[in-house]
Write a protein that binds this ligand. Structure first.
Ligand SMILES: [Mg+2]
Length: 286
């Protein structure tokens, strides 16, 4: 096992698009959600703190969509072959591969399983989903419904904090900090963090000088880093396509030594100008 922890975001990083948006679009909810989006933030439609249900799942239920219908929809979501090979390569090179996402357990598990990728992640931290029987079903076909529950930081902090992982930069940062502390118990680890969103900024700030952040070019994380790169200690390696992600990530892993000597990778300044498991744990902390 090498001393590298690779942490992926999910939406617009592992998958090119957004899993919530995919389900809304593919299952014909776009007109309704376009109407709703004008009155509340997108993520508020996806996860509610109280009661433990969310609008998207509710609407799918009202349209008599079964869980299997939703799963079938998720299984159609494309996942680039370069991402698949990058994750598998990182795993085979001995990296501890993890995922932190503000999507949800059911969506992520279904998509990763479809592409035989689930078992390559040591841990997936996301909003948990709970299967519950329906007593008010409109159809004999629809007997159960998934609820997306907000992620609970109880196991990560001494203070109980219940928050959806909604673009929550601070929450993701706290989660990464916890992973860092745990990982470093057995010797200092090098982290490589890949993401695209504003929620990935706080985790990026928590990386050290020997770590690496890979922001997706043109997306909010990249924008924020670009606005003041000196705030980020980690080396920065931007990417645009899945092919590019793989081409940057694998040499990066190869270049990080296991003996604590200086990593053989580009400096922050040059990379900016270059532009260039087995125990699968879904952390459904409640
Ligand atoms: Mg994302």
């Amino acid at each position: 096992m090498c001393q590298i922890v690779v942490v992926f975001d999910f939406d617009r990083t592992i998958i090119d698009g957004d899993s919530d948006n995919w389900v809304v679009t593919q299952m014909g909810l776009t007109p309704l959600f376009q109407q709703l989006i004008s009155t509340m933030p997108w993520n508020s439609l996806m996860v509610c703190i109280e009661p433990l249900q969310n609008r998207m799942m509710e609407e799918l239920h009202l349209q008599e969509k079964t869980i299997e219908d939703i799963a079938q929809c998720l299984k159609q979501m494309p996942l680039d072959s370069h991402i698949i090979s990058a994750v598998k390569a990182a795993h085979s090179m001995g990296c501890d591969v993890r995922l932190i996402s503000d999507a949800n357990q059911f969506f992520i598990e279904t998509i990763l399983k479809q592409h035989q990728l689930l078992d390559y992640f040591t841990e997936i931290i996301t909003n948990p989903t709970q299967l519950a029987p329906l007593t008010d079903s409109f159809s004999p076909e629809v007997t159960q419904q998934y609820f997306v529950k907000p992620f609970n930081l109880q196991s990560l902090t001494e203070v109980i904090v219940v928050l959806p992982l909604i673009d929550s930069s601070i929450v993701k940062g706290m989660i990464l900090e916890r992973i860092q502390a745990k990982a470093d118990e057995n010797g200092k680890k090098t982290f490589i963090y890949l993401g695209d969103g504003g929620g990935d900024y706080c985790p990026s700030l928590r990386l050290g000088r020997d770590d690496h952040v890979m922001p997706r070019k043109g997306f909010p994380l990249w924008d924020r880093i670009q606005s003041n790169p000196s705030l980020v200690q980690a080396k920065i390696h931007e990417w645009s396509s899945a092919e590019q992600l793989e081409r940057i990530l694998i040499p990066l892993i190869s270049g990080v030594p296991i003996d604590g000597s200086k990593p053989n990778c580009t400096s922050r300044a040059s990379s900016l100008t270059d532009s260039s498991v087995q125990n699968n744990i879904i952390s459904t902390v409640e």
